[in-house]
Design a binder for this molecule. Structure first.
Ligand code: FES
Ligand code: FES
Length: 172
């Protein structure tokens, strides 16, 4: 018999933004709903719920993943990072977040958490990306109000700052 029994709630233990976390989930519960409704991490947004819009993107074991295509029970023992984990402290923005703010790379913000989480993982693996590769990454995210030019600008600026931490951020 499968370890995960339908209709039964299972304990899910994982690391969330660097801290141990635990919740209960039926095997069919989506990670996006689990994070938002059980754990209270509402920074992870839900748009299409079938892997297209990218709004629900989180990091699982340091890889960007669609929370709407992942079951909560699948993160048992994993390291999960959400947009709430990007800021170094409650009163300071992370490098990517600050670049988005400076460059007016968001309006309603609905898509922003997912884009930030995809970029966070991407910039770790590609510290000096070109514009084309950023645009390619953003093709997996739908933003219906900002337009992609300021998002690309913010991503390039954040990449430059992360690659050279002593560099002064550009004023937008
Ligand atoms: S809500 Fe997950 S990709 Fe759209
Ligand atoms: S900022 Fe509104 S959808 Fe992207």
């Amino acid at each position: 018999m499968s370890r995960w029994q339908a209709g039964r709630r299972h304990q899910v233990r994982f690391s969330l933004n660097g801290k141990p976390c635990c919740g209960e989930a039926e095997p069919r519960l989506l990670l996006s709903d689990f994070l938002r409704h059980q754990i209270g991490m509402t920074g992870t947004h839900v748009g299409c719920e079938h892997g297209i819009c990218g709004a629900c993107t989180v990091e699982i074991d340091r890889q960007p993943a669609r929370a709407c295509l992942t079951l909560a029970v699948q993160v048992q023992g994993c390291e999960v990072r959400t947009v709430e984990g990007l800021a170094p402290s409650p009163d300071r923005l992370g490098v990517l977040q600050a670049a988005f703010k400076r460059n007016h790379a968001l309006q309603c913000g609905f898509c922003t958490a997912g884009i930030l989480m995809s970029l966070d993982g991407f910039l770790r693996e590609r510290p000096r990306p070109d514009e084309e590769s950023i645009r390619d990454l953003l093709s997996g995210h739908l933003c219906r109000c900002t337009g992609y030019t300021p998002i690309v600008r913010a991503a390039l600026e954040a990449a430059a700052e992360l690659a050279d931490p002593g560099r002064e951020p550009t004023d937008a």
